[in-house]
Design a protein around this ligand. Structure first.
Ligand SMILES: Cc1cc2nc3c(=O)[nH]c(=O)nc-3n(C[C@H](O)[C@H](O)[C@H](O)COP(=O)(O)OP(=O)(O)OC[C@H]3O[C@@H](n4cnc5c(N)ncnc54)[C@H](O)[C@@H]3O)c2cc1C
Length: 546
């Protein structure tokens, strides 16, 4: 039976980050994810690595400082995945905070990043100055705008590259493998887990000195299912929906921070890949975390909120290309004392609970701070093992300076290093500028491998969709190098036509399945099942239309 130092349950950003951190410190790690890497919330975010400007309003200086510090680390260790994105905050008459307070807030925001930002924020006073930047904005009442910087990321790929690096460091990461049971000894100490491969049905057990539950929005479901003696829910989950729009319907040069005129919530309009995105909603969610989808009210809310800022666009549900919906794993409010709210409870974005049976639970968190969370969770697990008399390895290695796979060997740890790869793709492999720009932007230092494949077989350089620079070589790469096991893995997360293409990939999914069948050795029944599952995923994302 395989024996691990650490079993990680969940292959979202939290679990993948933990597996990487623990493997780097010398632990023998097994990660089990019941679907694909990032198939949970970690591919459904707003795809921002940000400090959370709005936390400043509540005086949460420490949280903002941690996040903007992490933003700097991520820009250095993954410049192809975490890139500066200019944001505009339009200021309207009568809407708080006003111009002067926002200016002070942004000075604090820039200073917390120790001014390590692509550009410090800038004020644009007057309607004309703001409209010159974003002409789509509603002119009535517009007093000006601020431009500041945060970062955009590819959330699913950030998870994948963490998993790839964990594997390179010796971790064993299994997708479509569900943890179905904890194994315990006579003292109730956890000794391992039983798992089931959901594609083959095979079940087996592995040993573990410790287990970290990093199941995001599934955490409380897991606690109930495995009858852990924890009586209160650890999470309060809320659903967040984004809608994808054709760029020409909402042309954006930069991200825009909006305050919904419907309920005063902060939202974003984002340029994302070849499209524009509006998000997000925030509604309490009860029920299983599987199969979360947008509904008609979500789409209506987002279109109407967008129209409050971009009246000329006159957005409606017929403009929507695709939607995605995820559950925020927010820490549940602390139990109330007899007098009311427990005043001593500090607002936290994540918590790590250690139990003396060898289980560690990590709840909450954000993409932005995943690396710090992973370090904390692994550190506490090592402390727990030591307390239990199970002396583990304890190297002090840190991921702080370790590049993710797509950043290894880049000449400079910034966008210039990525651009250099793009120039190489054009010169060495004769790729056109669109394909080269796309490939270096997504794969970074790994892109030349795709360039070489295309140079070897020009058909692999053909586009999957005439409107998008995504090419067939990426499908092969997804299966061979990027751990994709299903059609959905490829079209939802590796090459996300599900979210970007106007037909959501339905036009090419047969050919994609045929290519994957050759690479994975699928028979006809498997191909049919794979296609049915992909079409069901598309239908789920369109369910709101009913
Ligand atoms: C709408 C929205 C927008 C957001 N925007 C941002 C943002 O812009 N920036 C930011 O920093 N953060 C953002 N967040 C927060 C961030 O996305 C999440 O905190 C983060 O992705 C959670 O990651 P996770 O790994 O904890 O959970 P998940 O990604 O959900 O991973 C948990 C995994 O556990 C697996 N699992 C469950 N049960 C089992 C089992 N029995 N066996 C094996 N595996 C199992 C699931 O399949 C799942 O893949 C956003 C969240 C939402 C919902």
């Amino acid at each position: 039976m395989t024996a691990y130092d650490l079993v990680v349950i969940g292959g979202g950003i939290t679990g993948a980050g933990i597996a990487r951190d623990a493997a780097l410190r010398g632990m023998k790690v097994g990660l089990f994810e019941k679907s694909d890497f990032a198939s949970g919330t970690s591919s459904k975010s707003s795809k921002l690595i940000h400090g959370g400007l709005r936390y400043l309003e509540h005086g949460e200086i420490r949280l903002v400082f941690e996040s903007v510090s992490e933003r700097s680390v991520q820009m250095r260790v993954a410049p192809h995945l975490v890139r500066p994105l200019p944001f505009l905050i339009p200021i309207y008459k009568g809407v708080r905070p006003g111009f002067e307070i926002m200016n002070v807030g942004l000075w604090i925001y820039d200073s917390l990043a120790l001014f390590r930002v692509p550009r410090v924020h800038k004020a644009f006073r007057g309607t004309a100055a703001a409209l010159a930047l974003e002409p789509q904005l509603r002119p009535a009442g517009l007093r000006g705008a601020f431009e500041y910087y945060d970062c955009a990321t590819d959330d699913a790929r950030l998870v994948l590259e963490n998993a790839l690096d964990a594997i390179a460091l010796g971790a064993e990461c299994h997708t479509y493998t569900e943890v179905v049971r904890f194994e315990r000894n006579a003292d109730r100490r956890i000794t391992g887990v039983a798992v089931r491969d959901r594609l083959t049905g095979k079940e087996w057990s592995v040993q573990a000195r410790a287990v970290i539950l990093a199941a995001g929005a599934w955490t409380d479901e897991m606690i109930q299912r495995f009858e852990l003696p924890i009586t209160r829910p650890l999470l309060r989950r809320t659903k967040g929906v984004h809608i994808v729009l054709p760029r020409e319907r909402l042309p954006l040069a930069r991200a825009i921070t909006l305050i919904s005129p419907l309920d005063g919530r902060v939202m974003f309009a984002l340029p994302w890949r070849e499209r524009s995105v509006l998000g997000t909603t925030d509604t309490d969610y009860d029920g299983t975390a599987d199969g979360v989808a947008a509904d008609a009210d979500d789409v209506k809310y987002l279109c109407e909120s967008g129209n409050g800022y971009f009246p000329g666009a006159n957005l409606s549900s017929s403009d929507v290309i695709a939607t995605w919906a995820g559950l925020r794993p927010l820490i549940a409010p602390p139990p109330k004392t007899e007098e009311g709210v427990d005043e001593s409870a500090v607002s936290r974005e994540h918590e790590v609970f250690t139990r003396n049976d060898g289980l560690v639970i990590i709840a909450g968190g954000k993409l932005t701070t995943y690396r710090r969370m992973a370090r904390e969770a692994v550190g506490k697990t090592l402390d727990l093992l030591r307390d239990l008399g199970d002396e583990p390895v304890n190297h002090k290695e840190t991921t702080k300076h370790r590049p993710l796979p797509g950043a290894v060997g880049l000449d400079s740890a910034n966008l210039e290093g990525v651009a250099e790869i793009g120039r190489r793709l054009m010169a060495e492999y004769k790729l056109d500028v669109d394909t080269a720009t796309h490939l270096c932007g997504v794969y970074g230092a790994r892109a030349p491998e795709l360039g070489a494949a295309i140079a070897n077989d020009r058909a692999l350089g053909h586009r999957l969709d005439p409107e998008l620079p995504y090419v067939w070589a990426e499908i092969e790469f997804a299966a061979r190098r990027d751990l994709a096991r299903t059609v959905e893995d490829v079209l939802a997360r590796r090459v996300p036509l599900l979210l970007v293409s106007r037909d959501q990939g339905l036009g090419v999914c047969d050919q994609v399945a045929a290519m994957l069948a050759r690479l994975h050795g699928w028979d006809d029944a498997t191909i049919a099942q794979q296609l049915a599952e992909y079409r069901a995923e598309v239908a789920l994302s369109r369910r709101w239309r009913q």
